[in-house]
Design a protein around this ligand. Structure first.
Ligand SMILES: [Mg+2]
Length: 373
């Protein structure tokens, strides 16, 4: 089986909540998605997506995704998409780094592998736990009362995990505002709920320690991505009384190896496009499990195509290690595909259809912005 054609599409995904605010005053209105369609000589097609969270979240941006795909795609024509690790070897030889660009191609290959074997990706990734995966909300930084209301709205819709964004600059209110945001967001906590307080690298060890000092004891949460650098994170980690989760610092599997060696965290945010696709994502899942870390399986953001990859990988993580998955479908108003995995009975179950199990809406995508044959 050989790859005969690769098409690249672009789509704008408006944020469903209007303006998304992250630490450091970063604001986002819409996200620029790159979608890959991979076709084999025998007529199978696979789909993959890479949608960075703007250009200031990690070292990834939409134009870079498409430039990276243009660099790699010609070299994949003629390769066997079912040999996902070997396809990754080719990508390694063509373009260093740029994991976000590799992701759409890697996920499309997994979709073809599933269709070629008539098996869902979760089966090929090791098998489903059969358990509905709890979904997490993404609560942008806001006033404490509005954040409390936002958590409540998501709770009413079946969300069990809540990713509460903090990271106020001193002139915006600093640690006192962040402490109030955390207390308000956790105020109506229900049994079985899980809270990630996510600074997206916006704190220094100093502001993080001041924040923790201001909080009452007994609040049950983990602190995610407190600081932007390894130095700051390790300094804080040695003086921090709450579990630390790494996200933005955790990109390549070598980052995870380093975090485990340094005992830098208690869990990770495993975002598919940050990791470089399902092939390295699978490896990070296994490394985290071996090290006794918890995982949230997510992506930076994205449409239904990105969510399908999240659902299939998340479905293979044992309950003890899986905190929650991110339903990125909920974050954008444009969906590019049908995917039979509603939030119901406390979570999401990946479907049994072959591959990713997607029906892509071609009319929504329009014409490709580039093609390789
Ligand atoms: Mg995060």
């Amino acid at each position: 089986m050989k790859i005969e054609r690769i098409d690249l599409f672009q789509a704008d995904l408006p944020y469903s909540g209007g303006i998304y605010t992250l630490s450091g005053g970063r604001e986002f209105h819409a996200f620029d998605a790159s979608i890959v369609r991979m076709e084999t000589a025998c007529g199978l097609e696979g789909w993959g997506e890479s949608t960075p969270f703007g250009s200031s979240y990690i070292a990834a941006h939409a134009l870079g995704v498409r430039a990276g795909i243009a660099e790699i795609a010609p070299h994949l024509i003629g390769e066997d998409p079912r040999q996902v690790e070997r396809l990754y070897d080719v990508m390694d030889t063509v373009l260093a780094g740029h994991l976000h660009a590799r992701t759409a191609l890697d996920v499309a290959a997994w979709d073809i592998l599933g269709k070629a074997t008539a098996l869902p990706c979760w089966m090929l990734l090791g098998g489903s736990t059969g358990r509905r995966m709890p979904v997490m909300s993404s609560i942008p930084a806001d006033t404490p009362e509005r954040m409390r209301q936002n958590v409540s709205r998501h709770r009413d819709r079946g969300y069990r995990g809540h990713s509460v964004k903090i990271g106020a600059l001193d002139r915006e209110g600093g640690p006192a505002l962040d402490a109030a945001r955390i207390e308000a967001s956790l105020a109506d906590r229900q049994p079985g709920e899980f809270y990630l307080v996510d600074a997206n690298g916006g704190l220094t060890p100093e502001t993080a320690l001041r924040l923790l000092t201001l909080l009452p004891t007994g609040l049950d949460f983990v602190l995610e991505a407190p600081c932007a650098s390894w130095r700051e994170t390790l300094s804080l980690r040695s003086r921090c009384r709450v579990p630390v989760i790494l996200d933005e610092l955790m990109q390549a599997d070598t980052d995870l190896a380093q975090a485990i060696a340094l005992d830098a965290c208690d869990g990770i945010g495993l975002k598919i496009s940050k990791a470089g696709g399902l092939t390295p994502g699978r490896r990070q899942r296994d490394m985290a499990r071996a090290a006794g870390l918890t995982l949230s399986v997510q992506d930076t953001v994205g449409s239904t195509i990105a969510f399908a990859a999240i659902a299939h990988l998340g479905q293979t993580v044992p309950e003890r290690h899986l905190r929650c998955i991110l339903d990125c479908r909920d974050m954008v108003t444009t969906q590019l595909a049908e995917f039979e995995a509603p939030v119901a009975d406390g979570g999401v179950l990946a479907p049994d259809a072959p591959g990713l199990g997607l029906t892509v809406n071609r009319a929504e995508l329009g014409d490709p912005v580039a093609s390789w044959t």
